[in-house]
Design a protein around this ligand. Structure first.
Ligand code: FMN
Length: 498
């Protein structure tokens, strides 16, 4: 196996520290290191040069802007704010054209990730995916062999299509989509799981340009409505975004849901009717993945109300639109989501999304992580010492140019400016309104955590300037505001309060 070692490191990192980290990273991995990859500007680092020499590997560098277009599994906000890419080590592996087999590992001054280059040798399964140890039946003591995984290349293909699926809005080619090909993709959608096997979806295939034009007009009107709702700087960014390819793609698909499919007693639906719509959404994901594997681009458009599209398409009253998709052959698939490449939004680290047993119990406390990533002088919370900030990577300082201004007190319903966002900490869920966030914190620490999450979430969404009003004057409001301050500091947002 031809290996790529991706490295992020601080200037002056010692050779001993770097080699120890690389040795750990390569532990149990078979193959030869062909490339040591890092970001431009680090090629003269003595430790790195020596490492590449020792390994007899090419030292390859990538511009930060190129690293920023990759989709690494563990991006770091801290690194994003410090050097302008959410990852160096993992992104360098991906930029070198390798598949990641080991996500980043970290020492005080460096990060290392390992990948392998796509050659036929990869059919050999990676060690960490080998079949688990046998289990034994508790009553009979009989050995039970776990079902085998797919072989290496098949597994690789699954992960590859998941990673390389893109929402496509540009670059559709003026080529017809073959019926057999479309049927294969629709078959994949139709194999999706569904609640009680109710299969609530239908697929309306639209090629007619006049019909597509009508749907396009709806999307254009909703685009204008959305643009008018945005703060000025956000609107300027939105103006440069393409949000649909209804007329560019030769095929449009309206994927619908019949909430009554299967009659009265659909198994698994009675307590949660949303499961019907979930089923239809899963069918779309199957379609999206199969289309990617077939080289077909798919772009999902949701810039309309389901009812207005249903009206244009003449759907029966009981049929609801779930997704409207633009489908066709494309020149290429981007390596990263368009919204990431344009700076509109960033990916959320997996470590923030995984909780163990109780809500908030993550591998890394987001409170500590934020405190460690924040400006110097912000102190660690009592009783939470000792956890490494794993989503972080060493780097140099900078801020994002985004600001958040927090106001405590006042009325949650007063949203006078597009920059205003109200937080309702009360126990009663307020009426649905995207301008009012409901965050009923049960304790002050939870309020702090919610505040951190909010600041980090807003930073991921690339907001420019925001006024957050916490419509409450309790201790929890103070704790929430403190959380926003900590989260803002960690995310490179400038922060002020009143
Ligand atoms: C339910 C749903 C609705 C979406 N609506 C739109 C849309 O109206 N316009 C658009 O450009 N992208 C739309 N997208 C695509 C997302 O922006 C895209 O999935 C996301 O930015 C991640 O990029 P990727 O799909 O390339 O990984 C939608 C995606 C989903 C799942």
């Amino acid at each position: 196996m031809k290996l790529v070692v991706g490295i992020g490191l601080r200037g002056g990192t010692s050779y001993e520290e770097l080699t120890a980290l690389v040795r750990d990273g390569l532990h149990d991995v078979t193959g030869d290191v062909h490339v040591v990859a890092t970001r431009t500007g680090r090629e003269q680092e003595p430790a790195l040069k020596r490492l590449a020499q020792d390994l007899n590997a090419e030292l390859r560098t990538f511009e930060t802007s190129e690293l920023a277009t990759q989709s690494p599994p563990t991006p770091s906000e801290k690194v994003q704010h410090h050097i302008g890419t959410p990852s160096v080590a993992e992104a360098a592996v991906l930029a070198a054209g390798a598949r990641l087999i080991r996500t980043k590992q970290q020492s005080p001054n460096a990060t290392v990730a390992i990948g392998h280059l796509p050659t036929p040798e990869h059919d050999e399964p990676a060690r960490e995916h080998t079949t688990p140890a046998p289990a034994y039946d508790e009553s009979t003591g009989e050995r039970i062999t776990p079902a085998p995984a797919y072989d290496g290349s098949a597994r690789e293909a699954v992960h590859r299509v998941i990673a390389e699926r893109r929402d496509v809005r540009r670059g559709f080619l003026d080529l017809p989509v073959d019926d057999l090909l479309l049927t294969r993709v629709l078959e994949a959608a139709h194999r999706a799981p569904s609640v009680g096997l109710s299969q609530p979806w239908d697929f309306l295939v639209i090629r007619d340009r006049d019909l597509r034009r009508k749907v396009h007009d709806l999307a254009t009107a909703q685009r204008d409505t959305f643009a008018a709702s945005l703060p000025d700087d956000r609107r300027a960014a939105f103006d440069g975004l393409k949000i649909e390819a209804i007329l560019d793609a030769p095929v449009n698909l309206a994927v619908t849901c019949d909430p009554g499919r299967g009659g009265r007693h659909v198994l698994g639906r009675h307590a949660d009717p949303r499961t019907t719509w979930f089923s239809a959404a899963i069918a779309i994901q199957n379609l999206w993945l199969a289309a990617r594997a077939e080289g077909l681009g798919v772009g999902w458009v949701s810039f309309f109300t389901p009812e207005e599209v249903a009206g244009v398409l003449g759907l029966p009253a009981h049929i609801e639109l779930v997704g409207y998709l633009c489908v066709g052959h494309v020149a290429e698939f981007a390596t990263a989501p368009e919204l990431v490449r344009t700076g509109w939004a960033k990916r959320r680290p997996l470590t923030w999304a995984v909780h163990h047993e109780t809500w908030g119990n993550r591998d890394v406390s987001i409170v500590n992580e934020a405190l460690e990533a924040g400006e110097p002088g912000v102190t660690r919370q009592a009783g939470q010492a000792g956890e490494p900030a794993r989503a972080g990577e060493p780097g140099e300082g900078a801020t994002s140019g985004q600001t958040v201004h927090v106001i405590i007190g006042g009325d949650a319903s007063s949203l006078r400016h597009p920059e205003d966002l109200a937080v309702d900490l009360g126990p009663t869920k307020p009426p649905a309104n995207f301008g009012v966030l409901w965050r009923h914190a049960r304790t002050a620490p939870e309020a702090t955590e919610f505040g951190i999450e909010l600041a980090r979430d807003l930073a991921l969404q690339g907001i420019g300037h925001l006024h957050v009003r916490i419509a409450d004057r309790t201790d929890h409001a103070e704790a929430f505001a403190q959380g926003i301050a900590t989260g803002a500091s960690a995310s490179g947002l400038r922060h002020s309060s009143a």
